[in-house]
Structures are given as structure tokens and as C-alpha cells.
Ligand binder design. Structure first.
Ligand code: PMP
Length: 369
């Protein structure tokens, strides 16, 4: 099997699996229990929080914020946005975001619009300098700015620390939320609220986190037992938290390796006719989106699958539905229909890329005949 769909999800690493098993054996107590087993769980969670804070902020303790563990980034994003809404009214009713957000952000903003907010969505294709354009759109009436650090379909990245600085210069009161699911451990981050997900970095599904900067406050989405300082009720999944901690510490992806794989892929694709590259130099190297003109995405996907090569058409979340994000990058409808997303992990090699390209070339020959 050649797995090249790591932006959809990653295989849990051995360190994560070992940590989950170990926690299931030895840290299965309820973190709210007053006895010793509860204490073991509390300590496991506290250790994971430190790992996460160091990884999100790129700093050492004392950290400039805290984390809430969630069920994944969908919950983190919803908590960040809906949990902040109470702070906006009645003074500021404008939200600035992008046209390339994940549905967990994009659909939440539709709810905000129904509630009377103005939502401005900028598309990369319309901006020479996307970060400055986002910051320019912020005014004294802007309650929140939400942008993804790295786009899940093309790998398009933004300079998050610069965005944070520029937005705060424009309006220090504007809350900055960053969906860092695809950027976590790959690009520098900054923000008042930052969402991350375990299953994209070789941890399990079902665990994510929301970083909350010191001085910021979100309201909880869930009512219940008041765990995690009342911010996220529900018994903490200690096993998944331990796995998340281990996966972060064991993360092996590197810009250097991914750049080598991307360069090899682009070189092999350049030998074929009529390929459009949708991921430029402003993208992280672990995600490469391209269009094989004349071969629809699903046909290519299933053809590759015959040789157990796994890639994606758009984002996995869209379940094969045509991407409405690619047009925001200026990619034509025709190229969107034929888009293939390849996303690497540290386990991939140049021979994986060769096997992929050999099969793409064969498929083109068969279909375009
Ligand atoms: N944001 C982005 C950019 C994503 O790629 C994803 C997952 N595809 C999510 C949010 C949702 O994350 P989760 O699967 O952890 O809910």
C-alpha cells in the first residue's frame, strides 16, 4: 500500500499506539476521581498539556495561554467561534475570514450571518498579499478574524505571526482565531484561539485541542460535569490525550523531506502532457494539488486504488463533492474537476512518488486514448 492521503488523516505512529495502550492499562481512572488512579490521569493530562502548549506556541513554560482538549478540530473551531460570540455583541458585528475555510468554520459563519453578523470572506486569487489584505479588512467594528494557517486542499500557507501582528495593530480588540489543523508542527503559529487536531499528526481520531491565549475567554458549548475548568464538560479521554502527547513528541515530518518529495513529484509530472499544478511555492511542501486534464478526479482516484495507491480528489470531508475552495485560488472549473491531492508523511519515499506517477501516466494513456 502507498498512502498519500495524509492531509485527510494519518496512520497513528507506534509511539502513539504504545502510549494509548499504556494509558488504557495504567491511567484508566476518571480524572475527577479523588483516589490515586484519578491522580495518575490528572498527571497524564497535565503532561500532555505542556507538550501541546510548547508545540503550539513554539515556546517553553511559562506559557502565554492554556489548552482545552476537544474531540477534534471541528469541535475546537466551533468552540472558538460560537464560544466567542457572546463577547461581540452589541459593539462589533463584523467578522473577517477567507473563502477557503474548512466547513467547520465556513458553515459556522453562515450561522453568524443568519444572526445578523456581516462576514467578509477574502479569496487568495483576489489578493497580491493575502495577509495584508486580511488585516486591511479589519476595522474598529471587527469582532473576530478567522483564517486557516494552511489550506487542506492546496497546502496554501499564510504567515500567521505576521497576520496576528498586523491585525492587532489595526484593532487590538479583534479576536484572532487560527485553524491550524494542517499547519500544526509545520509552520509557526500565533493567535488568540488556535485549533489543532490529533489525527492529522499520527495520533488517533477523536482528539483535538483549542489553545486559548492568556486574557481570552470562550464560553463552553457543552453543559455537564464542569471538567477542564468548566470549559469542556465530559470525562477526559485520558488514553487519547496520552496518544496525542506521544504523537507530538514523536513527530518526524520535516520541511526538508517534504520539499524533496514535492520536487520529485513536480519533476515527474512535468514529463507528462497537460498537467496543471495547483500548489505553488506559497504552499507547504507536504500537500501537492494538481489537475490531470481530461481525467476526472474520481476516475484517477479509483485507477490509482487498483494498485493500492491512496490519494484524494479534494478534501476528504467533501466526500468527492466538487471543491468550492479551488475556485477561490483561481483554479478553473475544468481543472477543479480533474484535481488530485497528494499529501505526504515522513514515511513516504521517492519510490512512492515514482509508483504514483507511473500509474498516473498509464491511466492518462488509457483514458485520453
Ligand atoms: N480544519 C481543517 C483545515 C481540516 O483539514 C480539518 C479536517 N479535514 C478540520 C478542520 C476538522 O478536523 P477534525 O477532523 O479533527 O474534526
Amino acid at each position: 500500500m502507498i498512502y498519500l492521503d495524509n492531509a485527510a488523516t494519518t496512520k497513528p505512529c507506534a509511539e502513539c499506539v504504545a502510549a494509548v495502550n499504556e494509558a488504557m492499562e495504567n491511567a484508566f481512572g476518571n480524572a475527577s476521581s479523588l483516589h490515586g488512579l484519578g491522580t495518575v490521569s490528572i498527571q497524564t493530562i497535565a503532561k500532555a498539556k505542556k507538550t501541546l502548549l510548547a508545540a503550539v506556541t513554539g515556546t517553553k513554560a511559562p506559557f502565554d495561554g492554556s489548552v482545552i482538549f476537544t474531540s477534534g478540530a471541528t469541535e475546537s473551531n466551533n468552540t472558538a467561534l460560537l464560544g466567542s460570540m457572546h463577547r461581540f455583541r452589541p459593539h462589533a458585528l463584523k467578522i473577517v475570514s477567507t473563502a477557503i475555510e474548512h466547513p467547520s468554520v465556513a458553515k459556522t459563519f453562515v450561522r453568524f450571518e443568519e444572526d445578523g453578523f456581516e462576514v467578509v470572506r477574502l479569496a487568495p486569487k483576489d489578493c497580491d498579499d493575502f495577509v495584508s489584505a486580511l488585516a486591511d479588512a479589519v476595522d474598529e467594528n471587527t469582532a473576530l478574524l478567522s483564517a486557516m494557517a494552511v489550506n487542506n486542499e492546496t497546502g496554501f500557507k499564510i504567515d500567521v505571526p505576521r497576520l496576528y501582528k498586523e491585525v492587532k495593530r489595526k484593532n487590538p480588540k479583534t479576536i484572532v482565531h487560527i485553524d491550524a489543523v494542517q499547519g500544526f508542527l509545520k509552520v509557526p503559529l500565533d493567535g488568540d484561539l488556535i485549533s489543532v487536531s490529533g489525527h492529522k499528526i499520527h495520533s488517533t481520531k477523536g482528539i483535538g485541542a483549542l489553545f486559548v491565549k492568556k486574557g481570552e475567554a470562550v464560553l463552553p458549548l457543552l453543559s455537564g460535569g464542569g471538567q477542564q475548568n468548566g470549559l469542556r464538560s465530559g470525562t477526559e479521554p485520558v488514553e487519547l490525550i496520552a496518544g496525542f502527547d506521544a504523537a507530538i513528541r514523536a513527530y518526524k515530518g520535516s520541511e526538508e523531506l517534504f520539499s524533496r518529495l514535492k520536487a520529485h513529484l513536480l519533476e515527474r509530472l512535468s514529463e507528462m502532457d497537460d498537467i496543471g499544478i495547483n500548489s505553488g511555492s506559497d504552499c507547504v511542501p507536504n500537500i501537492v494539488n494538481f489537475s490531470v486534464r481530461g481525467v476526472r478526479s474520481e476516475i484517477m482516484l479509483h485507477s490509482l486504488e487498483e494498485e493500492e495507491i491512496y490519494v484524494s480528489s479534494g478534501s476528504a470531508c467533501s466526500k468527492g463533492k466538487k471543491s468550492d475552495v479551488l475556485p477561490a485560488f483561481g483554479i478553473s472549473d475544468k481543472d477543479t474537476d480533474c484535481a488530485v491531492r497528494v499529501s505526504f508523511s515522513a514515511e513516504n519515499t521517492t519510490s512512492d512518488v515514482d509508483a504514483l506517477c507511473d500509474k498516473i501516466a498509464k491511466t492518462i494513456k488509457r483514458i485520453r486514448r
